[in-house]
Design a protein around this ligand. Sequence first.
Ligand SMILES: [Zn+2]
Ligand SMILES: [Zn+2]
Length: 349
Amino acid sequence: MNPTKKFVWISFQPLVLISLVALTGCTSDNVVSAIIERQIKANVTPEYVHDKENIVVVTVGTASPIPGERAQTGTAIFVNDYFFMFDVGAGVVQKSENMRLPLNELDGIFLTHFHSDHMIDLPNLINRSWLLGRKNELHIYGPDSLNTLVQAANDFLALENKYRVNHHGLDIMDISKAKGVPHEYHIPQNSKAVIFQQDGITITAFDVAHEPIEPAVGYAIEYKGKKVVLSGDTKRNDLVAEMAQGCDLLVHEVMLMSFQQLLEAELTKAGMDRTAKIIFDIQDYHTDTKEIAELAKNSNVKKLVINHLAPIPDNRILKKLYLEELKAFEGPIHFANDGDIFIVKGEIR
Ligand SMILES: [Zn+2]
Ligand SMILES: [Zn+2]
């Protein structure tokens, strides 16, 4: 009998705190203390964080650079007691804290490329994880030029770090952990390389096609026979297809080109030439919806999650458009929302 694998998807629902003050209209110290106590008790780390059997994928931020309610790209992965963040666009740190992800236990950040929507929250994540009591070094992995970026983030935080140490003392603020530790690697074109291998976890970086943006990579995370692939930002790419072959979960960026072309035409008609030019330009370095469906089908992907959504399918018409273009893939498809959780489970015998 062929072993099968099972996913459990849990939608994140923020905890609603009931304000006793609002209920009673009373603001005595006892009431305020009761509220505080309740909030402290509610601040519990989610159980899946320490799952040692499965790969847990959390799409913390799912937006492209287009402004909106969502955070920009950031995907948390919990595997064998490690906590990794893949990309850290604007809003990812705040969303992580809202979800009670234990930033003080963060082990590593992996960057796919250096567009702002994938790294602008980097200093924030280095800083917040330290302020919240991170005891481990924070290792940051990324392709060529990463060292410059991490050095700049560390320099940016120098005064902040000094203020915290001076105010709270070295016992509370261990200055030796305040900086990110860069691990820059080089991936030749159309190549891949294992960049992390520890405690049964293998993380492979692979070159993708986001020209003129160089370097740009995707990542494959493997553990106990399970495989999760993150495309990064890319046009349709053979190496993504190869890496995704038979994977349990493919998180792929997406652009609904048919929509972008209409948008570009309407912007031009409205005299918004600058924005129209940008919309024209971005169509040449992302993957069209139809191409993702073909890729996922040909690579025998077990579940497809599309993120970095441009546009966000926040109404029925857009969702229908996406689904029509995705129909070549017959497996399960999920439109990622901020805070969705996917548990890639072990084999069921
Ligand atoms: Zn992007
Ligand atoms: Zn990009």
